[in-house]
Design a protein around this ligand. Structure first.
Ligand code: SF4
Ligand code: SF4
Length: 123
C-alpha cells in the first residue's frame, strides 16, 4: 500500500514538507519526470499529503481513478504532452512546464498510469 501522485500534479511542492517519512521527491529531469513522485517502499499511508495538494493529484494506490472525468480546464502533466504552463508553487516560486495539456470538460482519462511511473522513478 502507498499513496500515488498522479499526472494532475503541477509541482506545487505543498506536499513535500508535510510527509513524515520524507518519501516525496520532485522528478528530475523535468522533461522526463514532470511530476513529483512518492516512494512506494517508504510511504506509510498516513494521508497527510492529500489535503495539501491544490490540484487533488494524490490518491491511495487502491483508489487511483482508472476513469477520471475532467471538470474541464485542469491540466494533465505527463511526458509527451506539449502545452506550456506557467504558474507559481506553494512558496510563490515560478513553475514552468512544457509537458502539460488542458483537459476538456467531460474528458475521461486513466490516472492509473501514474502508479507505474511512480514505481519506475524509484527503481
Ligand atoms: S502538492 Fe500536489 S501539485 Fe504539489 S507537488 Fe504535491 S502532488 Fe504535486
Ligand atoms: S501518505 Fe503520508 S507517508 Fe505517504 S507520501 Fe503522503 S505524507 Fe508521505
Amino acid at each position: 500500500m502507498a499513496h500515488v501522485i498522479t499526472g494532475l500534479c503541477l509541482r506545487d511542492n505543498g506536499c513535500l514538507d508535510v510527509c513524515p517519512v520524507e518519501c516525496i521527491s520532485p522528478g528530475e529531469p523535468v522533461e522526463q519526470w514532470p511530476t513529483y513522485y512518492i516512494d512506494p517502499y517508504s510511504c506509510i499511508d498516513c494521508g497527510a499529503c492529500v489535503p495539501e495538494c491544490p490540484y487533488s493529484a494524490i490518491f491511495p494506490d487502491h483508489s487511483v481513478p482508472a476513469a477520471y472525468t475532467a471538470r474541464g480546464g485542469e491540466l494533465i502533466n505527463a511526458a509527451g504532452q506539449a502545452d506550456h504552463y506557467e504558474g507559481r508553487n506553494h512558496y510563490g516560486k515560478p513553475v514552468r512546464l512544457e509537458t502539460t495539456r488542458v483537459l476538456a470538460a467531460g474528458e475521461v482519462i486513466n490516472l492509473q498510469e501514474s502508479i507505474l511511473a511512480n514505481a519506475k522513478f524509484f527503481k
